[in-house]
Design a binder for this molecule. Structure first.
Ligand code: NDP
Length: 296
C-alpha cells in the first residue's frame, strides 16, 4: 500500500480562504474587522520568525494585526499591564503571547491573565477546563489543525481507535480531548508507556507529537491507518540540514492509508487555525454566528 499524502499546505490555504471570505462579509455586513494582537518578549530568533509569519498571514486574510515587541528584560508588571490593555481593547479579538518567555517571567501567570474569550492559543486554564469538559472553548491551534485534517479525511471519527503519542499541554493532551469529543477510543502514550509499538499497532489513527526524529517506523503502523505527524525536528543528513517528523515517512507511507508529510503537513495548519480562532473569537464577541467548519 502507498499512503495518500494529506497535503497540509493546500488544506491550510483553503482554511485561510474560508477565513478571508468570512472577514470580508464581517466588514461589509457588520462593519467589523477582526484584530489579532501578538506579543513578543525578547529576541529569540525562532520566535521572531513565527511572529513575522503570523503578522503577515493575519493581514493577508484581511484582519488587523497588532504587534507588540518588548525588550527581553521587560518586567512582569509591564507585560501584565499590556495584556490588561489588550483585554480591554474592543478592536482586539485575539491575543497571543509568543512562548517561550524569558526565564524571569511566569508563563502560567501571564497566559492566565489573558481574557479567556481572547485566548486564541487556547492555553488559558479556563479554556483547558472547558475543552476537558466538552464545552465550547478556544482550542489550541496545532491539535485543531490535526482534527480538521482527520475530519476531512475520514468524515466521521466515531468509534475509531486513536493513539496520541505525547502528553504535552499544547499538543498531546488537547489532541486527545478533541478526539474523545469526536467519539474516538483514545489512548495517550508517553515516555513511560510499555510496549509502545504494540500500542501503536492497535490504532486506526496515530498522532505523533514527541519531538524525536523518525521515532515511529512503518512496522508500528497498522495497514491502512491514518498517521498525523506533528513533530518538527531539524537533523543533519548527507551533510545537509533537513526537517523531519516523529514518524519515519519512508517506511510508514508504505503501510499507512494516509499520512501527513514533514514539512507541509501539520505545520502550515497551525497558523491557519490561529486565524480561524481569531475569527471565531470575533464572532463570539459580537454575538454573531460562528463560521462553519473552523471550530472543534
Ligand atoms: P514536549 O516535549 O512538550 O512533549 C513530548 C512528549 O513526548 C512528552 O509527553 C513525552 O513523554 C513524549 N515522549 C518523549 N520521548 C518519548 C518516547 N521515547 N516514547 C514515547 N513518548 C515520548 O513536546 P511538544 O508536545 O511541545 O511537541 C512535540 C513535537 O511537536 C515537537 O517536535 C514540536 O516541535 C512539534 N510541534 C509542532 C507544532 C506544529 O505547528 N506542527 C506545534 C507544536 C509542537 P513524557 O511526558 O513522559 O516525558
Amino acid at each position: 500500500m502507498t499512503a495518500q499524502i494529506i497535503d497540509g499546505k493546500a488544506f491550510a490555504a483553503t482554511v485561510r480562504e474560508k477565513v478571508a471570505g468570512h472577514v470580508t462579509r464581517l466588514k461589509e455586513e457588520n462593519g467589523i474587522t477582526p484584530g489579532l494582537a501578538v506579543v513578543l518578549v525578547g529576541e529569540d530568533p525562532a520566535s521572531q520568525v513565527y511572529v513575522r509569519s503570523k503578522g503577515k498571514q493575519t493581514v493577508e486574510v484581511g484582519m488587523n494585526s497588532y504587534e507588540h515587541k518588548l525588550d527581553a528584560d521587560t518586567s512582569e508588571e509591564d507585560l501584565l499591564a499590556l495584556i490588561d490593555k489588550l483585554n480591554n481593547d474592543p478592536a482586539v479579538h485575539g491575543i497571543l503571547v509568543q512562548l517561550p518567555l524569558p526565564g524571569h517571567l511566569n508563563e502560567d501567570l501571564v497566559i492566565n491573565s489573558i481574557d479567556p474569550a481572547k485566548d486564541v492559543d487556547g492555553f488559558h486554564i479556563s479554556n483547558v477546563g472547558l475543552l476537558g469538559t466538552g464545552q465550547k472553548s478556544m482550542v489550541p491551534c496545532t491539535p485543531l489543525g490535526c482534527l480538521m485534517m482527520l475530519r476531512d479525511h475520514h468524515g466521521s471519527l466515531s468509534g475509531l481507535n486513536a493513539v496520541v503519542i505525547g502528553r504535552s499541554n499544547i499538543v498531546g493532551k488537547p489532541m486527545a480531548q478533541l478526539l474523545l469529543g469526536d467519539s474516538c477510543t483514545v489512548t495517550i502514550a508517553h515516555s513511560r508507556t510499555k510496549d509502545l509499538p504494540e500500542v501503536v499497532r492497535g490504532a486506526d489513527i496515530v498522532v505523533a507529537a514527541v519531538g524525536r526524529p523518525e521515532m515511529v517506523p512503518g512496522d508500528w503502523i497498522r495497514e491502512g491507518a491514518t498517521v498525523i505527524d506533528v513533530g518538527i525536528n531539524r537533523i543533519e543528513r548527507d551533510g545537509k540540514n533537513k526537517l523531519v517528523g516523529d514518524v519515519d515517512f519512508e517506511s510508514a507511507s508504505k503501510v499507512a492509508g494516509a499520512i501527513t508529510p514533514v514539512p507541509g503537513g501539520v505545520g502550515p495548519m497551525t497558523i491557519a487555525c490561529l486565524l480561524a480562532n481569531t475569527l471565531t473569537a470575533c464572532c463570539r464577541a459580537n454575538g454573531l454566528a460562528e463560521p462553519d467548519g473552523l471550530t472543534a
